[in-house]
Structures are given as structure tokens and as C-alpha cells.
Write a protein that binds this ligand. Structure first.
Ligand SMILES: Nc1nc2c(c(=O)[nH]1)N[C@H]1C(S)=C(S)[C@@H](COP(=O)(O)O)O[C@H]1N2
Ligand SMILES: [Mo]
Length: 255
């Protein structure tokens, strides 16, 4: 997870390559590029502006063509929450499932799958990158998280969005959090469909977060609650997520 602090010479490498090693060993190649040579020799001030542009958190993650999708979108972490509550919801095809939107919102919501499907939809074919070293390309569909949060009416004090999941992983509850930049990013959606079908259980049925500028572990599956909070202090051990609290992964997993 090298993205973030970028020195003068690491400008391109850090900004574009990010955590996934997309251009593994390609830094030399990048440095040869005429445009890059210009960057290396431009003034500090211009570099900062360019760095901001390269690191623009509103920039879109790459999107792919339908034929570039992975034949099988593999699963990782929990493949079936298998709790009594989840089993009951699943047995009813998630008709009784409600996504609770709470915390620092003016209008708490309880959204059904039909509610999510009735909102304006975004579909996107993106690449999922897991820190464990695999990627998969899939088409995800659902409403923008930003639209859901606008429907709830975020209060001024809200700084983070916390996602509570239905599963325990290794016996501990799975949860994640993102800041408002990612929450309102146009590709951040509450996905209920993968490759034009309802989400398979292994990929997070009935609904999961897709936060395309972040690594895989931020994409919380089996969503039950979304809460707007002012601080992550009271959440788990305070680092904002399952992996952050239990294994010391970075909270900011931007790619
Ligand atoms: N609720 C929940 N969400 C989760 C996980 C999990 O175990 N439980 N695993 C995470 C990790 S590490 C990855 S890489 C992706 C995997 O998503 P997939 O199973 O659809 O491939 O989900 C993330 N979200
Ligand atoms: Mo992962």
C-alpha cells in the first residue's frame, strides 16, 4: 500500500501504479516517457499541482468492456455468513432484508432490495484488486451510495460512513468505513447485481459496497447497516475496519 506519500522522483510510480503493482518493474519505462521527463524537470509548484491531479480522489477507476470480464468472479473472505438471521433472510430471497441507514442522518432509512432497485442505477465493469494478490473484473450495478446518503440527509458532523455486515469472519464481525470523498465518488455504489444477476451469496448477497478506488477489503459484503459517524473512535477498536483493527491493514487503501 504505497500510494499516498510520493517523493519528487516517485511522482508517477506512486501515483499511478499504487498498491497493485500494475506496472511492476515498470518505473524505468515510465521515466523514459517524454512526458515524464518533463515532469521531473518542472518546478516544484507545478509538480505539486500535477501530483494533486494524479492523486485526484474524484478520478474514476478504469472501466472495462463486457468481454473483459472474468469468467468466474472468485470469492474471498466469508463465502456464506451462515448465521441464523442470514439464513432466514436468504430463505426468503431477501424479501425481508432491509438496509438500515442511520447515525448522523436527518431521516433514518430502511431500504429493501426493491427500494435500491427503484433508485437511479449505475452499472460499471471494474477490476477488483485483493491485497492477497488476485484481481477479477466484473460488472456491478446498484444505486450510488451518495444518492442514498442524500436521501437520508447527512448531518454536518458526519465525516465517515461505517458499513456493518451480516457475517463473522474468523469469529469476528466484519465492518468497514470510508470517508465522504469515497462515499460520494461517482463509482461508489451499493451493488445488488453482479454480471446482470442478483449477487451470489459468495459475493455478498443481497448487497455489497463497491468503492472502486480502494482495495478489495474495503468492499464490504452482506451489508446490514450504514451509519454516518463523526469519528471512528467508537467503532471496533477504532481503526475503522475488520482488517485495520485485527491485522493492521491501512485504513486508507486507495488505488
Ligand atoms: N462482509 C465481508 N465483506 C468482505 C469480506 C468478508 O470476509 N466479509 N472480504 C473482503 C475481501 S478481503 C475481499 S478481497 C472482497 C472479496 O469479494 P468477493 O468475495 O466478491 O470476491 O470482499 C471484502 N469484503
Ligand atoms: Mo481481499
Amino acid at each position: 500500500m504505497s500510494g499516498g506519500v510520493i517523493g519528487r522522483r516517485g511522482l508517477i510510480g506512486g501515483g499511478v501504479v499504487g498498491a497493485t503493482g500494475l506496472l511492476l518493474g515498470g518505473c524505468d519505462r515510465v521515466v523514459q516517457a517524454p512526458a515524464t521527463r518533463r515532469i521531473l524537470f518542472m518546478g516544484e509548484e507545478m509538480q505539486m499541482g500535477l501530483q494533486r491531479a494524479l492523486m485526484d480522489r474524484d478520478a474514476l477507476a478504469p472501466e472495462y468492456r463486457p468481454e473483459q470480464r472474468s469468467p468466474i468472479f472468485r470469492a474471498n473472505g466469508t463465502r456464506d455468513p451462515a448465521t441464523p438471521l442470514y439464513e432466514a433472510l436468504r430463505a426468503g430471497n431477501f424479501a425481508d432484508w432491509r438496509l438500515i441507514v442511520g447515525g448522523l442522518v436527518a431521516r433514518p432509512l430502511a431500504l429493501s432490495l426493491a427500494d435500491l432497485g427503484a433508485m437511479p442505477q449505475r452499472a460499471q465493469i471494474t477490476r477488483h484488486d485483493c491485497v492477497e494478490g488476485w484481481s477479477a473484473v466484473g460488472k456491478w450495478q446498484g444505486p450510488r451510495l451518495g444518492d442514498v446518503l442524500r436521501a437520508g440527509g447527512l448531518r454536518d458532523a458526519a465525516r465517515f460512513i461505517v458499513f456493518t455486515c451480516a457475517d463473522l469472519y474468523g469469529g469476528k464481525p466484519y465492518y468497514e468505513s470510508i470517508d465522504l470523498v469515497d462515499a460520494f465518488h461517482p463509482q461508489t455504489i451499493l451493488a445488488w447485481a453482479l454480471n446482470d444477476r442478483f449477487l451470489p451469496v459468495q459475493n455478498g448477497a443481497p448487497c455489497r459496497l463497491r468503492v472502486e478506488r480502494q482495495l478489495g477489503y474495503k468492499h464490504a459484503k452482506y451489508l446490514m447497516r450504514i451509519d454516518a459517524v463523526a469519528s471512528l473512535d467508537g467503532i471496533g477498536k477504532g481503526k475503522g475496519g475488520y482488517w485495520e483493527d485485527n491485522v493492521d491493514y491501512d485504513w486508507y487503501a486507495g488505488i
